[in-house]
Write a protein that binds this ligand. Structure first.
Ligand SMILES: C[S@@+](CC[C@H](N)C(=O)[O-])C[C@H]1O[C@@H](n2cnc3c(N)ncnc32)[C@H](O)[C@@H]1O
Length: 346
């Protein structure tokens, strides 16, 4: 089964994901300045900047603006082509509205192309991209494998997860190779998404709340055993070792891309944890539902349930989730434990 995009409600519920930009956008500015320093003047008439996994584009505006304004501080007349990429099934009309806002705010000369193609395909022509970035997207895998013992691969029975780890390693290497092909020589890219370490990862605690809710839904007769065993999130939150594995010096990734920096950080929404439980629980419910809900709906639908029945079953699951999170919002999704990787094309 293939990856599904976020629900439309993602647009109104993505401020936690945006918090990564507090760390990432200054990296993008430095990356753009470094890139500019290394180019000849006649190379700086037009640049192509690509974003992979843009969702509705609401979180694209700041990083694109940060890169463009850094480059234009030295080259005021620089032409810019922005490529915003996400899955073909995304609501692209939303992205087009953001594209207009971006061009207007950057003072013109900015043209945006939307690419509805999985980032596990080549998106841009070979050696055509100057600068690129991806926020909170590269943890999603190219396809879902069977996972019957939990919704997250990291919490599932080891017998099931070997195939997932192999898929995740293959996807990460492929993602990097495709981007290496698209970048110009000297081109730079920052990838940031959620990571894990020996202390855990941002989705760990609430994944158990969701999994317990799925079991309760089965006990109440809302979900069949087959449905319980099908629901899962096709994502791998990688460790430092897994992030770095493709960069071994003898590998194709290692010879195409140099690692400039790898940082890890936790970000969250300022003062959010101090909100009363009754306010925070529905916020966390909408946040989780807008990212995980679309995948669950699709997985149920593919087993033969009609769309209305899928929505009813999932509505009950998310009500149950919110009731559990109300008891202890700290078990919900309240921070982003992320990595920030910057690479240069050799
Ligand atoms: C959590 S959203 C992040 C969106 C945005 N970058 C942000 O920072 O808010 C993850 C995005 O990755 C996209 N995505 C997941 N797998 C993808 C794939 N194979 N190709 C392209 N986009 C993908 C999803 O559709 C979704 O829009």
């Amino acid at each position: 089964m293939l990856m599904e995009p976020m629900l439309r409600s993602y647009s109104g519920n993505c401020t936690l994901q945006e918090s990564c930009q507090v760390i990432g956008n200054p990296i993008l500015e430095r990356m753009a300045a470094l890139y500019e320093e290394g180019r000849r003047l006649d190379d700086m008439t037009i640049v192509r900047i690509a974003e992979y996994g843009c969702a509705g584009g609401e979180n694209s505006y700041q990083p694109m603006s940060a890169i463009i304004s850094t480059l234009r501080s030295k080259h005021p007349n620089l032409g810019v082509e922005c490529v915003l990429e996400d899955l073909p099934s995304y609501q692209w009309y939303q992205v087009m509205q953001e594209a207009e806002r971006l061009a207007w705010a950057c003072g013109g000369g900015v043209h945006t192309l939307c690419a509805g193609t999985s980032f596990y395909n080549q998106i841009c022509s070979t050696e055509s991209v100057d600068l690129a970035y991806s926020y909170v997207a590269a943890h999603f895998l190219s396809e879902t494998l069977p996972l019957t013992t939990h919704v997250m691969m990291h919490e599932s029975a080891p017998a099931e997860t070997a195939a997932w780890h192999a898929q995740a390693a293959k996807d990460w290497e492929n993602f990097l190779l495709l981007r290496a092909r698209e970048l110009k020589k000297g081109g730079k890219m920052m990838i940031s998404t959620m990571s894990r370490d020996s202390l855990g990862y941002s989705w760990q605690k609430f994944s158990h709340v969701v999994w317990s809710g799925i079991q309760r839904a089965h006990t109440k007769g809302i979900l069949s055993r087959r449905e319980v065993e099908t629901l899962c999130i096709p994502a791998c939150l990688r460790s430092e070792e897994e992030i770095m594995a493709p960069f071994a010096t003898t590998s194709e990734v290692g010879s195409s891309l140099s690692v400039d920096l790898l940082e890890f950080s936790r970000t969250e929404i300022v003062k959010e944890r101090g909100l009363p439980n009754s306010v925070l629980a529905p916020i966390i419910r909408r946040r989780v539902e807008s990212v995980w809900g679309g995948m669950f709906l699709r997985q149920l639908n593919q087993l033969g349930r009609n769309e209305a029945s899928c929505r009813d079953a999932m509505g009950e699951l998310w009500d149950d989730f919110e009731a559990e999170i109300l008891k202890d919002p700290s078990a919900g999704w309240v921070d982003m434990q992320s990595f920030f990787l910057q690479v240069t094309k050799n």
